[in-house]
Design a protein around this ligand. Structure first.
Ligand code: AMP
Length: 218
């Protein structure tokens, strides 16, 4: 099954993607993780990506589409994938559809996880991530067992540079302007499943599961 996870930063896409990855044995392909990996190199492209991310702006479509489609061509993604954070603009959604269609593939379901802005800001500002294994923690609701050390791999945890309140506001604005229309795009195609991201995690899991069962039964 080819799944797209859509929703504002802080809605819980990453958490759901990780769970779906182990439950359905599908690779999680997160455009943000791909960019964070590229940005560690000392290249002009890496520096450009860093600047966009630090400002809370989107990386330009051409570059984003190129890196994500390349990843989707790798063998582990050919029998299904979970796309987390891509597509985020209408040109990205159209490019994804075109690329999949050329190979007789398509997006099967779009999980649209939503939450009100005040919940998103609070969640994002408390978020801590592992730069090594991409595990996600929350300083208040899901702290690591040892201060700023990853439970999974023991690496030092960090806060993201794009998660200070001013940058978070830019990211949420960018989302509203550029990504919300992507939900309508998939809605018109009958692929959208709206999930309330404010419910407790178990309830969100259940709602995601029933949506996937419903879509695969069609
Ligand atoms: P994320 O980890 O998904 O919140 O992404 C972090 C940052 O990476 C975003 O704020 C953007 O700067 C960049 N990024 C990730 N995915 C995309 C995308 N699909 N289009 C453009 N920029 C992206």
């Amino acid at each position: 099954m080819n799944i797209v996870l859509l929703g504002p930063p802080g809605a819980g896409k990453g958490t759901q993607a990780k769970r779906l990855q182990s439950e359905y044995s599908l690779p999680q392909i997160a455009s943000g993780d791909i960019f964070r990996a590229i940005r560690r190199d000392d290249t002009p492209v890496a520096r450009q990506i860093q600047e966009y991310m630090d400002r809370g702006e989107y990386v330009p479509d051409q570059l984003t589409i190129e890196v994500v489609l390349k990843r989707l061509d790798e063998p582990d993604a050919r029998n299904g994938f979970i796309l987390d954070g891509f597509p985020r603009t209408l040109p990205q959604a159209a490019a994804l559809d075109r690329a999949l269609e050329q190979e007789g593939r398509k997006v099967n379901v779009v999980l649209y996880i939503t939450a009100p802005t005040d919940v998103l800001v609070a969640r994002i500002c408390d978020r801590i991530i592992c730069p090594n294994c991409n595990a996600i923690y929350n300083a208040v609701t899901k702290p690591p067992a040892y201060d700023m050390i990853c439970d999974n791999c023991g690496h030092a945890l960090e806060r993201r540079t794009d998660e200070d309140p001013e940058v978070v506001r830019v990211r949420l604005d960018t989302y509203a302007k550029q990504t919300r229309p992507v939900a309508d795009y998939y809605g018109e195609r009958g692929l959208l499943c709206e999930i309330d991201g404010t419910l407790d995690m178990e309830q969100v899991h259940e709602n995601v599961d029933s949506c996937l069962v419903g879509k695969s039964a069609r």
